[in-house]
Design a protein around this ligand. Sequence first.
Ligand SMILES: *[C@@H]1O[C@H](CO)[C@@H](O)[C@H](O)[C@H]1NC(C)=O
Ligand SMILES: *[C@@H]1O[C@H](CO)[C@@H](O)[C@H](O)[C@H]1NC(C)=O
Length: 230
Amino acid sequence: MKGLLQFLLAKIILLAALASSFVYSYDPNPLQDYCVATNETNGVYVNGKFCKDPKLVTADDFFYSGLNIPGNTNNRLGSTVTDVDVRRIPGLNTLGVAIARFDFAPGGQIPPHIHPRASQIILVLKGKLLVGFVASNDYNYTLFSKVLYPGDVFAFPIGLVQFHANIGNTNAVAIGVVGSQDPGVIPIGNAVFGSKPLIDPKLLAKAFALDVNTVRHIQGVFSNEDYIVN
Ligand SMILES: *[C@@H]1O[C@H](CO)[C@@H](O)[C@H](O)[C@H]1NC(C)=O
Ligand SMILES: *[C@@H]1O[C@H](CO)[C@@H](O)[C@H](O)[C@H]1NC(C)=O
């Protein structure tokens, strides 16, 4: 009897842990109209931010200007991402959305990456983009890919590896919207080859069927450059 109880208790704790990890995969629904993030630390604390006194909230707390300005694509990848998330619009705290501008030089790309906390939808404004995402093992690593032109929209499921590449002869511009105030980004190259400290190159050589010197070279590249998010 005692053994059964312990077993059930362990099961319940495990299920609760799993359930909460699912719940926290997404931004929780707000219980108030807004909770504008503030650096004052004497208010209510929601979603990792303190809320500004609602009486002091203004339209500017929900405002950002400047996404008309092209980002600087003068980097190895020929691209840049200008994020407008809760760091730039404090009123986004608890709202579960954010927006970004993607700029690409000809041949530029946003390399394979994951947004761990949000699905994404993009709208191409200019140029010709090859985009795609790869399904998980459960779906046979299927590649879903499209060439997009101005006016085209494409959606990327949360947590899957995705990429965007400019395959046209001109600059390309797209707008991306995500279902989180702060979706996070895990660029695969930076995470695997640019971690701090570095993962043992012998381990990565085996994992990726590379020789150790190649791994050291790749680690040199990724540990010496920042990902292209502004
Ligand atoms: C909070 O402080 C950070 C760092 O000084 C600053 O970048 C940010 O704009 C501040 N946020 C607000 C809502 O004032
Ligand atoms: C994945 O591949 C297996 C084996 O070929 C097949 O039975 C299954 O239907 C495929 N699933 C999907 C989602 O494509």
